[in-house]
Design a protein around this ligand. Sequence first.
Ligand code: LLP
Length: 440
Amino acid sequence: MFLHGTSRINDRGHLEIGGCDSTELAKKYGTPLYVYDEALIREKCRAFVQAFEESGFAFQVAYASKAFCTVAMCQLVQEEGLSLDVVSSGELYTALQAGFPPEKIHFHGNNKLPEEVAFGLDANIGCFVADNFYELDMLNRLAAERGRKVEVLLRLTPGVEAHTHDYISTGQQDSKFGFDIASGQAMEAIKLCLQYESIELLGLHSHIGSQIFETNGFVMAIDRLIALLAQVKNELGFEGKVLNVGGGFGIRYVEEDTPLAPGAYVKAITSAVRKGCAENSLTLPELWIEPGRSVIGDAGTTLYTIGSTKAIPDVRKYVSVDGGMSDNLRPALYQAKYEAGLANRMTEQAEEVVSIAGKCCESGDMLIWDISLPPVKAGDVLAVTSTGAYGYAMSNNYNRIARPAVVFVKDGEAEVVVERESLADLVKNDRPLKKLQCQR
Ligand code: LLP
């Protein structure tokens, strides 16, 4: 099991995160529990910012809040000087509740609702990343109704396939997101934006996918965006001010994963943009990126308590924990792989291969297949690492399981940033039938 950030094994042989003994955290706050290493989140934010500062580009690093969006996280991201990408009224509302400066918020989404666009306009957010013709028309109309202009980036699909799971690959032509370059839709959208009176076109955007370990996909996408910018300059005399190349930078979930450091992705991106602009005589644009997973993923660890086990001779030993696909949907949805260890017995020899099952009524609710652990017993605390991105964010109430609490840990102190859901929370929006039929 790889230990990220401030995680280490303490004198008691326990997993410690942010100076806190994880078994004490489990005891105090209950399990399942999402534990975030605050120093590591800040370190990742700073790594992206620093790499851009060294590049000489004007830039924005916009944290993709879909990876993990809570009031505390928005506050932390603001403190670190990042911008924010939101994709719904809920994420926007969370950011505003956190006091996030609206001008640093970018609104994404392939089907923004009229009320979401209105919410963003009235909150004076920085820009919308427009995804389709329907939205462009809506943006122009709702901005005009308010007697103002709205700043827009156009999300394009550059026709680059990221080598990742199909469900999280987005840059290919056959995608629900964005205007396609190859078929001419992107050019058409640019022309339309230049005609719309209430739209101010800032520039172009692309996001090719997620959990990407190489830089060549980004470079290919940048080459295509720059070729288009050059064509637009020649044909329409318009030069975009901003180029946003999205997120998708990979992290280490398991040993085979080989992500690059944040700075290496930034370096490849800035070099490709510099080269492309020089070759096409374009002014250097402001460069934006949108890391989500790479800011928050490594920093999260989920603690579970082990309960029942079922050993099937010569077949497999199932070890069940008190959470599962309700707090981490990724294994069931993407066959995502994770590492884990026994937080209360970190120094003991791993002697047994077991599979970690969740507690949901679903055979597919398996968190980890075939992992080596010391012989486990009920009451042990299992720590699954790298769960910080899209874990809490995609948590759900399947089987009416309450969502776990979230704590941030740093320098030996823990702070609850999301309370554990209660049973009462689970029924708070339920309304009993007013009239019950008495017949059987
Ligand atoms: N920008 C845009 C426009 C995006 O669509 C996304 C992710 C990001 C940035 C951030 O990507 P990241 O740096 O986090 O890879 N639920 C899936 C991931 C879905 C990603 C959706 N878009 C998962 O658990 O792997």
